[in-house]
Design a protein around this ligand. Sequence first.
Ligand code: SF4
Length: 481
Amino acid sequence: MENNPFIKKWRKGLRKIALVYPNAYASGVANIGLQYIYAYLNSLENCICERFYLDIHNCLRSFESGTPLSDFDIALFSLQFEEDYFNVVKILKESGFKGLKIAGGPCAMINPKPIAKYFDAFVIGEVENSRVLDVIAEARSVEDLECEGVWLKEGKVKRIYPKRLDFYLRRQIIADNVFGRCLILEIGRGCIRRCRFCVVRQIYSPPRWRDLKLLIDTAEDYKGVVDKICLVAPSTLDHPRAKELIARLIEMGFLVSPSSTRADKLDEETVELLVKGGLRSLTIAPEVGSDKLRDILNKGLSEEHILNAVEIGKEKGINSFKLYFMIGLPNESFEDVKEIVRLVEKIKSLKVEVSVSINPFVPKPHTPLQWCSYTGIERVEDGLKEIKRRREYLIKELSKICEVNVESVERFAIQTILSRGDEDVSKLLEAKPSLRLAKKMNLTRYLEKIPLDSELPWDFIDHGYKKERLIKEFIQAVWSE
Ligand code: SF4
């Protein structure tokens, strides 16, 4: 059941735009950027926009009126996760959609080449305050889509973004989303930190925060509509007025939950506020077990910060901690992997509940670690073998002391291929994905270390950084040992 659904009446002559989220409703409806696009397109006189979700009619008929996707003139796909590419290909095939196919979202901004074959154009950036949506709404052919921030599959493109976040969606759809039933308050974009593995800081730069008054005014409109507010940003507690904002929202009677927390921002006052706001468990991302590897990642977090945060949390009444780690990083040794177990043991010794989630590291485009091999080991076969050994070790040791989930090495290898590949990767998308098939198709070469002077499939996107800076950081991180 949705509050505030924007249902526009059908009439003859309207341009029909399908907003397709090739994944579950609960995560799609939580995406405030998509809500903005939906509201904006429906506000245009000559246009109707309806939503499509994978778990509602398999994305083949619309959420609002059940209209088949094939009846729409334009399909706008949101690419949030590389693994959704398989769903995209299936949806396009099964729907028989013949209109204009456009994609946007973080995967399009990172590297759209592997999925390029299936679309006419890609939106590279954030569309608010740009001409892109008006251009899309008027477009009758691919040529009509020519505009700043749209990549028509040749040449270079510069990312677009609003310089200031001085606007906010006034009629948000409230639904049961991945954060629960809540108002989503996007407090900022981009990140002031410089973690070397993180693509968010690169593709959403520069960091931009919403003004406290705008956020409070927006929340005011939802008093009596929702009990809870989820604060969304890549690093929520870095908002210059985060504490004041949380305190004000609590005073207004809301429960408050941040979408992310950094251990070094969890001081006594902040944790006390978060507990008052209803937080019962804390998520911390140490990323790795040792300070040495954390320095390579430029995480800006020490073991002391992590242990401090747990101690403060416990003192303020939080007893459950979720920890995120990665394996397969450059320069990682088996001893470093053992350090993860040691750190978790140390946290457990503080007598708190711990659950651990570990992902193999994906060297993402546009980051200083983009040239690294998947697994961090030079020869792909050796790397895959070794990282599987590390994974098994972690499952065996950590499951003795806490709940643990270590993601599949194969699954993340495929993700790396989809993230770093070129157009030839598209042939993998119509099959059932497996590493064996990727190998047969000669695609496992995208798991290899990349020479620093290579031209990269995603070099055509200008995100505003200088490649020389990334190279410098890569050298500092990986070769400075
Ligand atoms: S703090 Fe989080 S969002 Fe910011 S750069 Fe580091 S990993 Fe990325």
